[in-house]
Structures are given as C-alpha cells and as structure tokens.
Design a protein around this ligand. Structure first.
Ligand SMILES: *Cc1c(COP(=O)(O)O)cnc(C)c1O
Length: 407
C-alpha cells in the first residue's frame, strides 16, 4: 500500500476522470437522469450503484469520502455538512428512546450540548473521566449501546484511554465512536484501537484552511451489526458490516438532510492533500511553544501532551505520531487575561482550530461560557485558560508574539 500523502494526492485520478483531469470536478447537479427507467428504479432500490439526488449522493462528495476512508483505513465513509451534523445524525440514527450513552466528560462544547439534548429526548448520557477505562466501565449499564470519546480533549488536552476503552467496547458489544478531529488520521488512526466508527470534523485539520465546513463518519468493520437490535429490517441487506453506516446514511443523512456541498467537498479535498505537511510543522511548533510557555514565569501551567509532566505523556507518545497542535495555558495571577490577549498581534483572537493561522481564545468566557461555572470546574477550565491552535507561521514569529504580549 502506498504512503499516506501519495494515496491522497493520487486518489481522484485513479478513479478515471474525463480529459485526464487530476482533480475530481465540482459536480453541482442536484439530480441525475436516466434513459432507462428500469435503471432508475434499480438505483433507487439499491440493486445497482448510481446517483439519485444530491442530498444523499454526489460525485465530488463521494471522491472526498473515498479519500477519508483511505486516510482512516476504513471500509466506507459518509460526509455531512459539518462535524456536528455527523455526530448528531449518527447518534440519532443508531439509538432509540431508553438507550444509554457513556461519553467522555472532556468533550467539545457543542457535542456536550448536543448530548444534553439527547437526554431530553429519552437517550440518557453519563459523562465520565475517559482517561481511565475503569471509569468508562463503571458507567456501563444494561441499557448502554454506545461509548463516545475524543482522542485528545479540548482545551485541557487529556488523552483518552483509547486502546483499553476499545477492548472494553469489543468485549461488551458496544458501539465505540472515536472523534479523531484533534489528532486527524495523520497523527492517529482509531482503527488500531477497535473503533466502530471514526468521526472527523473536516472543518479542522483535514480541510486546514478555515474556508469550508464539513464532517465525516467512517465505518471500520469491527462491529457485529447482526447482534445490534436497532437496525431496521430494510437496511439489513448486503454485507452486514455496512448495516450501521447504511442506516446512518438512509435514516440520518437522507431524512435529516445535513448534506455536504460539492463546493465544500472540493475545498476540503484540496486541503487534505497537504494534511501531513501542515500538521508536522504545526506539531513541531506546538512543542516549541509549549516549552517556551512552560519556562515563562508569567505562566502558571501549560497543558500539552508533549510535555513530560503531562499525565498522559506516555500514552500520547505510544499512540500518536506527534502530540497534536493544540495547547492551552493558565496565566500567572498578576497577568490580566484581557490585556494579554489584546496585545497579541500575529496570533488571531478567534475560535476554530486546525487553521493554517494560529488562533487563541479565552475558553471560559467564550466557547465554554454557556455550560456554566460548575461544569467548567469539573472539566478543569480555569478563567485564565487560553487555548492555542498552532498554525503554520514561522515559529520564531509565534514565540516572539506570545513573548511581547507579556509586556
Ligand atoms: C470542531 C469540532 C467538532 C464539530 O465540528 P464542526 O465541523 O465545527 O461542526 C466536533 N468535535 C471536535 C473535537 C471538534 O473540534
């Protein structure tokens, strides 16, 4: 098998494209017509592959799905308009009233909010410290169907007990969803820890340029869908390994309609070509910045899995190619958060992560504001905590900017 980047940059043209085009074109057609009506019916009935309607299938989106499957070493991928659409649609499609989810407590803010909505609709969620598989195990009940974790949590950079939780889910027959957004398939491939599905927000590192939203869910082929009660009879056709993803695509994507546009899929595909190049540099700069901040007397604490005093330093080293490009830090008591942030010149004060530009955000006052002080405290989010998403700028300029802002 060819290497990671070789596969991505050559994937489109190997499928055969008119005029010898090396990119899959942007197909904007919403509908697809057939000369033979029997063929149209066969495509609708799933007896023949083909294109029907843009909410379910589009050639440009399919080309990206194929790339994501290759990157994740998965069987098949379904793309969505955003990462949140992928998470929401997947969970909605697979679970029913009375089912139970065990989720990492160290969770992307909007996923946390989404899971609370599921609770209001009869699907209960227990949040646990997923850096310990024993904590995950203790929360499992006879109603549990699904375990949801992130690789490196945001903003405090806790690293989930990914392998141990995967073994636990395999043993108990639970769906194991790993949100790989913070690491991306270049740093880590959750197929190696028995993930059922890998979730990616394509908006972040895979797209990389902060110019397109997208999400994806990839089937890894580990789960026995024949033993899972919630698959509708209509979707129990063909290879049983694909039943779960088929239900997500048919019940979820088709019925909810959070489709990825062809234009966004094209932007993300072009971005994906340089994922490895960008992320290697971003991770090396993150390490240098983490060390710089860690040695600064105006910084109280730095959270980055590449620092030896990080609780999961060893686990991160074992699992990931690099410890990621997100770090966060707490300011010393006598540094005013707002003044410090306002003095940053190169670094942009903004949300988002995985962009080519370095972004900084005071998380307690912004992305984690809505969840309130109690939940923030339980997640270890201090009022002075600043999250940094390290971009591709020259590292000397980044260090200089963080340095001058201390005044
Ligand atoms: C951003 C993000 C999401 C959601 O992705 P969107 O494309 O913004 O909807 C989900 N999980 C993690 C870990 C993220 O960082």
């Amino acid at each position: 098998m060819k290497g990671f980047t070789t596969q991505i940059v050559h994937n489109d043209r190997l499928g055969g494209i008119e005029h010898g085009s090396v990119h899959k074109p942007i197909h904007t057609s919403v509908a697809f017509g057939y000369d033979d009506t029997h063929e149209l019916a066969a495509v609708f009935q799933g007896k023949q592959p083909g294109y029907t309607y843009g909410r379910q299938i589009n050639p440009t989106v399919e080309a990206l799905e194929d790339k994501v499957s290759k990157m994740e070493r998965g069987l098949k991928t379904v793309c969505f308009g955003t990462g949140m659409a992928a998470i929401g649609t997947a969970v909605f499609s697979l679970l029913r009233n009375g089912d139970h989810i065990v989720s990492s407590a160290y969770l992307f803010g909007n996923t946390n909010s989404l899971f609370n909505s599921f609770t209001a609709h009869g699907i209960d969620v227990t949040f646990v410290d997923a850096t310990s598989a024993a904590e995950v195990e203790a929360a499992i009940t006879d109603k549990t169907r699904l375990v949801f974790v992130e690789t490196i949590a945001n903003p405090r950079t806790q690293v989930t007990a990914l392998a141990e939780t995967g073994a636990l889910c395999a043993e108990r027959g639970l769906i194991y969803i790993v949100d790989n957004t913070m690491t991306s398939p270049y740093l880590f491939q959750p197929v190696d820890v028995q993930a059922t599905f890998v979730l990616n927000s394509l908006t972040k590192y895979i797209g990389g340029h902060g110019n397109a939203l997208g999400g994806a869910i990839t089937e890894m082929g580990h789960f026995d869908w024949e033993k899972f009660d919630n698959i509708y009879e209509t979707y129990k056709t063909g290879n049983p390994q694909m039943w779960g993803l088929t239900q997500i695509k048919k019940k979820g994507l088709r019925d909810f309609g959070a489709a990825l546009s062809a234009e966004a899929a094209h932007h993300i595909s072009v971005g994906a070509e340089t994922l490895a190049l960008r992320l290697q540099r971003q991770c090396e700069s993150a390490q240098a910045l983490a060390e710089f901040l860690n040695n600064h007397n105006k910084v109280r604490k730095v959270f980055y899995p590449g620092l030896e005093d990080h609780p999961e330093y060893g686990r991160s080293k074992e699992l990931f190619r690099y410890p990621g490009a997100i770090l966060s830090f707490e300011l010393a008591e006598d540094v005013d958060l707002w003044d410090y942030m306002d003095r940053l010149e190169v670094i942009i004060k903004s949300t988002n992560l995985g962009d080519n530009r370095t972004l900084a955000i005071p998380v307690a006052h912004t992305i984690y504001y809505e969840m309130g002080p109690e939940r923030r405290a339980s997640m270890g989010i201090d009022d002075s905590l600043i999250r940094i998403s390290v971009g591709i700028e020259d590292v000397e300029d980044l260090i200089e900017d963080f340095s001058q802002a201390f005044g």
